[in-house]
Design a protein around this ligand. Structure first.
Ligand code: NAP
Length: 283
């Protein structure tokens, strides 16, 4: 498939490009400043210049705390921008694969969420803007030309992420306190890209939960696994979210349970973490 990858310079986009190409797709990478999803003219120019069959939208405003003070910007990119991408795809009869997040859920279900569970209300501005983006895409495109891939706790080599931050703290301190009352499952960017490629291959449509296998765990569990993987003896101490006030509220229980990707095809989050810490790829 010839596909346009929006947000190609981001954490996911950078790792996804070679994986999608390895899966046999011809990928046109695009990002700011040339390809701005909030600018319909630049989008249309891009889509018309390449005769693509699909668009993979990884472009987003992703600063969760920043979205509380830059609410308008978050909505412009994640809601309005997504609508523009979906509209441009609808006009050209292209398939849209759109990346979304666990933050579209309130996070009140310890048993996790399935793709068919109705999302909302989100607990922060970023989640609200992404939820509006999902709804905009669903409003613009017929079901046979839309696949929404929700992911969570994403980490990869080309962006700020929990694993790298924690690795830095664990190597420089004797004790690190980590929240033990938020649940989810870590997802390696490469794992996400492989799952997206597998869903594309299988012709999936609708909503899919594309996350690492073996969840859910807490950030504390994840930090302990990182320390273990790095062979560090640093004390990891569990604590509560209230001890770390942040501008944006976080959903407590937002584990995305997947069904679409065959279970055997999904790596356990621990295996993906080991590959990441060992500097090895997943593909
Ligand atoms: N990171 C996570 O933990 C996480 C969790 C769940 C879901 N997701 C979703 O996964 C997707 C990929 O996330 P990511 O971590 O790879 O994000 P990222 O590293 O922030 O990458 C997003 C890319 O989109 C670009 N972008 C921003 N505004 C744009 C615009 N108006 N037009 C075109 N491109 C624009 C960014 O450019 P600049 O850097 O120049 O702004 C960046 O290159 C997003 O949909 C995100 O919501 C992420």
């Amino acid at each position: 498939m010839r596909l346009i990858l929006l947000g190609a310079k981001g954490m996911f986009g950078t790792d996804a490009l070679p994986i999608l190409e390895g899966a046999g797709h011809r990928v046109v990478p695009a990002d700011l400043p040339e390809a701005d999803i909030t600018d319909p003219t630049s989008l249309e120019r891009l889509l018309d210049a390449h005769r693509a069959e699909a668009v993979l939208n990884a472009a987003a405003y992703t600063d969760v705390d920043g979205a509380e003070r830059e609410r308008e910007k978050a909505f412009r990119v994640n809601a309005f921008g997504t609508r523009m991408v979906a509209k441009a795809c609808a006009d050209r009869r292209l398939l849209l694969v759109h990346l979304s997040t666990d933050y579209v859920f309130p996070g009140t279900r310890p048993e996790g969420y399935l793709p068919g569970d109705p999302p909302g209300p989100a607990v922060n501005a970023y989640g609200e803007s992404k939820l509006e983006g999902e709804r905009a895409a669903q409003g613009e495109l017929p079901p046979e030309r839309l696949l929404i891939c929700r992911t969570q706790w994403l980490y990869g080599r080309h962006g700020r992420n929990f694993v790298d931050t924690m690795a830095g703290l664990l190597s420089s301190r004797q004790e690190v306190r980590v929240v033990n009352d938020q649940w989810g499952v870590p997802t390696h960017t490469s794992e996400l890209a492989l799952q997206v490629a597998s869903l594309l291959q299988g012709g999936a449509r609708g909503v899919a939960h594309t996350v690492g296998g073996g969840g859910p765990i807490t950030w504390y569990d994840f930090a302990r696994a990182i320390a273990l993987g790095l062979g560090l003896q640093t004390r990891v101490v569990p604590c509560a979210t209230v001890e770390f006030p942040r501008p944006a509220r976080r959903p407590a229980h937002a584990w995305l349970r997947g069904e679409e990707v065959p279970p055997g095809a999904v790596r356990h989050w621990r295996e993906a973490l080991e590959a990441y810490l060992g500097g090895k790829g997943l593909a």
